[in-house]
Design a protein around this ligand. Structure first.
Ligand SMILES: [Zn+2]
Length: 452
C-alpha cells in the first residue's frame, strides 16, 4: 500500500542490472507440521447487478491435507466486512454451506470457523462450497464504490493461515494490511454488463457475450489472492520485452496520455525488477489508475494493482509483485517486510541515490520490528515513518554496508528461496549474513529491527 499524499519524486528510470538466472522457485511454505488445508483451488462464479456494485453467486474451495493428522476444521477470511463488521447486513455474506458448517465468527465477521462434515484424511482432498453475496459499500476504499467504479479488493473468501503461531486471525486494519494467505489456483467467472470492464488478477481466458452482458472467465495460477474491479474504464495494453501483457485501465476522470505513459512506466518497472530480482513469472499484469482521495495512493494485489496516476505510486505497487505477491509475508505481524522492500525497490528504480525521505526516527520508542497491533495504537504517521521511511533508509544502509553485489544476491536469493512461499524476518537476516559473510547483528539492532 502507499498512503495518500506520500508522493515520491520521480527520477529517470535507471534499471538495475543483475544477471543471475532465476532458479526454480520453492513450492509452498515451510511451516512446522501442517494441520491446515493446503494446495487450494478456488472456483468462483459471480453475477453482478447493472452497476457492478453488487455481486452474487457461488464459491468453492478445494484443498488438500498435506499433513499427517486429519483436518476437521479451519478458518476462512471475508475481508470485505472489515470496516463495517457484523452490524445489520454485512457487505459480504456466505450462505448454503456444503461440506461443513459455520461454527463461529470473529474479528467483525471477517473470520469464519468452518467445521467439516467429514474430517479430511492425510493426503486426501476435500472441498466446501457456499453462496457468496457482495454489496460493495459506497466509499473511497480498496473495497468500495469510488465514484462510479467498483473496487473489490480481497473480496473473495480465502483460507486463513495456520503457522508456527497457530491460526493467524488478525483484525482488519484500515491504514495498512492484515492479509496473509498461501498461494493457490483460481478459476473465476464474472457475469457483468457489457458496458463494464473487469480488470483483475490473473489472465482472461474467455469472454462470452450473452445479450447485453459478458461472461468473463479468468484463471490465475499460484497467486495468494484474487481481486478485481468493475467500471466503464478506458483501456490500453502492451507487451513487455519479456512477453508479459500489461493491461492498463482508467476512468474518464484520468488523463488518457498520462495513463498510457504510466502504463509504459509500469512495464519498464516490471522489466527492471525482473532483471534484478528474478523474472515476473505470470503472463499478465494489470494496473488501474484512479484517485482514492485521502484513503490511499496505491494498493497491491497479486497480478493487479490500484495506483494514483504518478510514477512513485506505480513504481511502489509494481515492486509489491515481488515483495508480498510472489514472496509472501505475514503483513500484520511484519509489515516492514513487504513495505520496506517495495519502497526501497521503487526508489532505486526511480534512480534515487539516497532515500527520498529523512532517516531520523520521529519517536524515541519507535521500532520497525513490530506488528500492526502496535502501529494501530501508535497511529498512521508512526507506521509510515517506521515501515516506509526508516525501512527504506535501512535497506539503503544495508546496500552500503554489504555492497551492491551482495545486495543483489540477497534480493535475488530471497525470491529464489521464498517465491510462492512466505518470508520471515529471520530469513532476511540470515541470507544477508550469508551473502555478505558479515555479522550484521549490530546493524539490525541499530535499525530497531532485531526481533522476530
Ligand atoms: Zn506498499
Amino acid at each position: 500500500m502507499v498512503a495518500a499524499g506520500v508522493a515520491v519524486a520521480a527520477h529517470a528510470a535507471t534499471p538495475d542490472v543483475q544477471a543471475a538466472p532465476l532458479s526454480p522457485a520453492a513450492e509452498g511454505v515451510s511451516l512446522a507440521e501442517p494441520t491446515a488445508p493446503g494446495s487450494a483451488v478456488y472456483t468462483v462464479a459471480l453475477t453482478s447487478d447493472a452497476t457492478g456494485h453488487s455481486w452474487s453467486g457461488t464459491e468453492k474451495i478445494s484443498f488438500a491435507n498435506p499433513g499427517h493428522a486429519p483436518i476437521s476444521e479451519f478458518w476462512i477470511r471475508l475481508w470485505g466486512n472489515g470496516v463495517t463488521g457484523c452490524v445489520g447486513s454485512p457487505p459480504e455474506r456466505i450462505s448454503a454451506l456444503i461440506g461443513g458448517r459455520i461454527a463461529e465468527t470473529t474479528e467483525n465477521c471477517t473470520a469464519y470457523r468452518i467445521v467439516l462434515d467429514t474430517a479430511l484424511a492425510p493426503g486426501a482432498r476435500g472441498e466446501i462450497s457456499f453462496g457468496l453475496a457482495i454489496d460493495v459499500p459506497v466509499r473511497q476504499d480498496r473495497f468500495g464504490v469510488n465514484g462510479v467504479d467498483t473496487y473489490l479488493g480481497n473480496a473473495l473468501a480465502v483460507l486463513a493461515v495456520k503457522d508456527e503461531n497457530g491460526w493467524e486471525l488478525p483484525p482488519y486494519v484500515a491504514f495498512g494490511e492484515s492479509y496473509y494467505s498461501l498461494t493457490a489456483d483460481y478459476d473465476v467467472t464474472l457475469d457483468h454488463p457489457a458496458a463494464l470492464q473487469v480488470p483483475s488478477s490473473g489472465t482472461v481466458v474467455g469472454e462470452t457475450p450473452v445479450g447485453d452482458r459478458i461472461v468473463t472467465h479468468i484463471t490465475a495460477a499460484k497467486v495468494r489472492d484474487f481481486s478485481w474491479s468493475a467500471g466503464a474504464f478506458n483501456h490500453d495494453h502492451m507487451v513487455t520485452a519479456s512477453g508479459v501483457t500489461v493491461d492498463a485501465y482508467w476512468p474518464n476522470s484520468e488523463s488518457d496520455s498520462r495513463c498510457r505513459e504510466l502504463m509504459r512506466y509500469a512495464a519498464d518497472a516490471l522489466e527492471s525488477y525482473g532483471v534484478r530480482f528474478g523474472a515476473y513469472p505470470y503472463p499478465r499484469f494489470t494496473i488501474v489508475f484512479d484517485e482514492f482521495g485521502s484513503a490511499f495512493d496505491g494498493m497491491e494485489y497479486p497480478n493487479y494493482v490500484l495506483a494514483s496516476a504518478h510514477a512513485g505510486a506505480v513504481a511502489h505497487e509494481v515492486a509489491h509483485q515481488w515483495w508480498f505477491a510472489l514472496v509472501g509475508d505475514d503483513q500484520y505481524r511484519h509489515p516492514w517486510l513487504d513495505e520496506a522492500f517495495a519502497e526501497y525497490s521503487a526508489e532505486r528504480f526511480q534512480g534515487g541515490v539516497t532515500p527520498a525521505h529523512g532517516c531520523d526516527w520521529i519517536a524515541a520508542d519507535e521500532r520497525m520490528d513490530v506488528g500492526m497491533d502496535v502501529f494501530e495504537r501508535a497511529g498512521d504517521p508512526l507506521y509510515h515513518d517506521a515501515v516506509y521511511h526508516e525501512g527504506t533508509c535501512m535497506l539503503y544502509d544495508l546496500e552500503d554496508t554489504i555492497g551492491r553485489d551482495a545486495m543483489n544476491r540477497l534480493l535475488h536469493g530471497l525470491v529464489d528461496r521464498y517465491a510462492y512461499g512466505v518470508m520471515r524476518p529471520q530469513d532476511v537476516r540470515a541470507l544477508a549474513a550469508e551473502v555478505s559473510g558479515k555479522d550484521l547483528s549490530a546493524f539490525w539492532a541499530r535499525w530497531r529491527n532485531a526481533g522476530d
